[in-house]
Design a protein around this ligand. Sequence first.
Ligand code: DGP
Length: 113
Amino acid sequence: MNDCIFCRIAEGELPAQIVFQDDDFVAFIDIAPKAPVHLVVIPRRHVDSFAQVAELSADERARMTVFLTEAADRAGLTSTGYRVVTNHGANSRQSVFHLHWHILGGALLSDSM
Ligand code: DGP
């Protein structure tokens, strides 16, 4: 059994509040939100973190960025704005080792990154 939490969410083996998905990417509500709207966006294909993004094809990387904008739009964030963050490694406090992007919005965010 795959013990990656985000792979299991992508496979439908673990529940998540999915807001948008296609064949290659999934956007769902973060379980511990840091903003009124906090989405997690993942590629279905497992990549450990942003440092390994080259393991995705150029086409996947291009579509991933467009998917991020689409997910933010579906969450109603385009007009008011949002922040996109990805964490890699210990100093960033990455806790789930499957590449993911945080989309944060729904309020005026902290000016500290
Ligand atoms: P990071 O620290 O960048 O690795 O962020 C991981 C995020 O994933 C963190 O904000 C909490 C979220 N998360 C962890 N486990 C689950 C889960 O089982 N379901 C959901 N929806 N989010 C999760």
